[in-house]
Design a protein around this ligand. Sequence first.
Ligand code: GDD
Ligand code: MN
Length: 389
Amino acid sequence: MTSADLELPLGIAVEAPTSELARIEVHVPLSIIVPTYRECENIPFVIERVARLRAREKIDVELIFMDDQSRDGSIEAVEACGYSWVRLVERSGKRGLSPAVIEGFAQARNPVLICMDCDLSHPPEVIPQMILALSSGQQFVLGSRYVPGGSTDDDWGFFRWLNSRVATLLARPLTKVADPMSGFFCMRRADFDKAENLNAIGYKIALELIVKCGFENVGEVPIQFKDRVYGESKLTLKEQLRYIKHLRRLYLHKFANAMYLMQFLTVGASGVLINLSVLTLLLASGFNEQVAIAGGIAVSVVTNFLLNRRFTFSYARHGNAFKQFIGYLTASAIGVTVNYTVSLAMLHAPLPETAQSIYVASLSGVAAGMVFNYLGNRYLVFRRRFIEQ
Ligand code: GDD
Ligand code: MN
């Protein structure tokens, strides 16, 4: 490959790779944000490796440790290095990895932001390659374990590996990247500033940024992920469960209507089961069929309402329940009317012989009624505009 200067969107000069071991000179100032909780043993190593990178590549770097009041000597470890470009921010707001990173990005001064763990799992030496990828058209670049050349440490147990793969698979509809779980990534400050309603729950801050910023061009640079030597992982089971909650929010963000509809239909299906169970129970208790049918309907209407209020349209769960219930019944009544009307219309519609059946007519009615019901609930009963969040 020949050496040539590339014109970069970041307005920086990059010397194109001259050999297999591409030596890349990137001169854009970087802000490296490192979330920390009880990492005092690792901090000096991280600082030293970044210092070496900084000197070798002649890049302007600020290194910020976002610490959640570890009180384990982390502050002293940062002070001891004596570099003016390294600082530690002792946080007092909402604790956690993601909020720490978001706060760090907001405080960063340079045009390119990098997030990296403090346990030396992420090699800072690949940062120049990540910047190069960013410069040559990517909006977001990950240090990735799952692209060719990337790896995890050999002693990763089967369960940790499986866990990571399942988590990645669940995020598949949100992004096609190989390693969206990575905690090592970079992006432009300008893009971060444009990000709206970032929600900092859990660990998956890269996934949050990719989805909420709507990034299409996400690059991945292979890394050899090393297991930590000092300190211990803070990724608890509780954090993992939070991931499910996080995923639900991201799905809602990306596929809002499809998600509401799916949840609405799931609640509807649960209503059918509840209806039949109550009916069976009432019959077994000696009630007559009319009472049993009415009981099944009554109970399932109430449970459908409660479940939709709590889950499908969970943003509305603090609204006035009574008013919502009346609205819900009205929407259901309209749904029933639509169902009936469409069923009758279909019954008399000039359809081909094969499609002419009372079941086809009835199912069409059910589908139309349900859509109406859904729209009524989504846009009238549980409408977002009028609900305080
Ligand atoms: N400020 C702050 N607050 N930092 C935290 C907190 C917190 O509550 N919890 C963890 N950290 C810091 C740690 O000190 C470390 O620097 C980094 O966040 C990652 O935490 P680890 O505890 O080492 O996490 P992990 O190795 O299990 O998970 C890492 O790898 C996963 C992929 O396997 C993270 O990078 C994850 O984001 C990633 O998904
Ligand atoms: Mn780690």
